[in-house]
Design a protein around this ligand. Sequence first.
Ligand code: NIG
Ligand code: FE
Length: 423
Amino acid sequence: VQVAQRLLVRGAAQVVVVCRGGQRYLAGPDMADVAIVPNGSVVVGRDGDVVAVGPAEEIAAQFEGCSFDQIIDAQGHSVIPGLVDAHTHPVWAGDRVHEFAMKLAGASYLDVHRAGGGIHSTVEWTRAAGEPQLLASLCERLRRALRAGTTVVEAKSGYGLELGTELRMLRTLERARALVPLRIVSSYCGAHAVPRGRDADGYAEEVVREHLPAVRRLVEDGSLRVELADVFLERGVFERDAARSVLRAARDLGFLLNFHGDEFTDMGAGELAAELGARAVSHLEETSDQGIAAMATARCAAVLLPSTAYVLRLKEPRARAMIDAGVIVALGSDFNPNAYCIAMPVVMNLACVRLRMSLPEALAAATINAAYALGCEERHGSLEPGKQGDMVIIAEPRWEHIIYQLGCHGDIISHVITQGNVV
Ligand code: NIG
Ligand code: FE
C-alpha cells in the first residue's frame, strides 16, 4: 500500500534538478553543467520535502496506485528549483526615487551617501516607522519576490544603526515568516553605515559590545532566527580593522559571515573573508586576482549583484575570472531603495548579458550556490529527494525562457510551489 503524497508534477518537458548526489555547490566548469531530466516528474511528500525526481515513466511505475493531494500536468512546461536570492535589504520605510534622478544626473552613490542621503535617509524613515508599517511593506515585497520565483530570500537589517531599530527590523522579518510562504534567512547588518555624528571605530565597538550579544541572546531564547552577520567594508564606511572586529565577534558568537566588500574600492575583502572563514562576500566589483584566489581556496562564495552594478553604472564584477578560478559564484538582487529590483529572472538576465555568464551558470548561481552562500544548501537549491519541495513551473518547454524573456517572468511562470504547495 502506497502512502499518500502531497504533490505530483507530471511529465514536464524538462525538470532541471541542478545538481545531484548531495553536491553542496557547483564551482568552475561544473556550473555550466546543471543536471536536467527530460520528460520528468517530481513528487513532494506530505512533509513538504521532495520524495522523488526522475523520468516520468519511472515515477509513474514507482507511484502506481498512490494518491496525491494535487497533481499538476506539466506537459510542454519546464520545472526549475525555487530561486534563491542571496542578498536583499527588504525592510525599510520611505523612498529614494529623487536620488535615482540625482544619480542619473551624475552624482555617485558615495557622493549621495556622504552628503547624508542614501542609507542615512532610509535610516531616518525606518527609525520613525512602526512595526506594523514595516511588516506590511515587507510582506508586499516578499510576495513580489515569490511571484518572480524566489522561494528562499536572504534579508538584512541595517536601516536602524541603533540597537532598538535593528531589533525591530529583525522582529519584522521574524513575523513575516508566518505570513509569506517563503524561506527567509536573516542577517544582522547593524554595521551597514556609520550613524550620523558617530565615528566608525566607536560605532563598531558598540556593535561588538552591545548589539551582537543582544541579537545572540534573542536567538538563544528562541525569539529570533538570525543566521548571518554582515558589515559594509568600504573606504570611508567601515575600513578593514573595524570590519574585522565586527566580523570576528559575530563569528565567535556563532553567526555565519556574509558581508559587503570591494564594491567601490578594493579593500581586500576576499583575503579578509578567507582569513575569517566567511561563507560569502557580496559585490566584489573591484576585487583583485589575489582576492579571487583567496576566495576560491577558502570555498567562500562570491555573491554578485548585477542589478546594482547596472543602476549605479559600476565596473562589472569579474564573474568569468571568478568562475575560471573555481570560486563558488552566486547571485542576489540586492533589493534595496537604491536598486529597486527583486526579480531574480531579471538579475539572471543581467548576469548573462553583462557578466557574461552562461544560462546554466546563472541558474546554478541563483539556486544551489546562493543556498550555499546562506548556509542552507542542505535543504534548498536543487530538486533532490530530502530537500524542501520548492519549485517554479515555466509555461515553456525549455527552462531558459525564464532568463531569455526579459521582464516577462510574470507571464510565463505558471506555478510557484513551496513545500509542495502552490502559492
Ligand atoms: O548592497 N552598499 C551597501 N549597501 C547596499 C545599499 C543600501 C542602500 O543604498 O540603501 C548595497 O548596495
Ligand atoms: Fe547590499
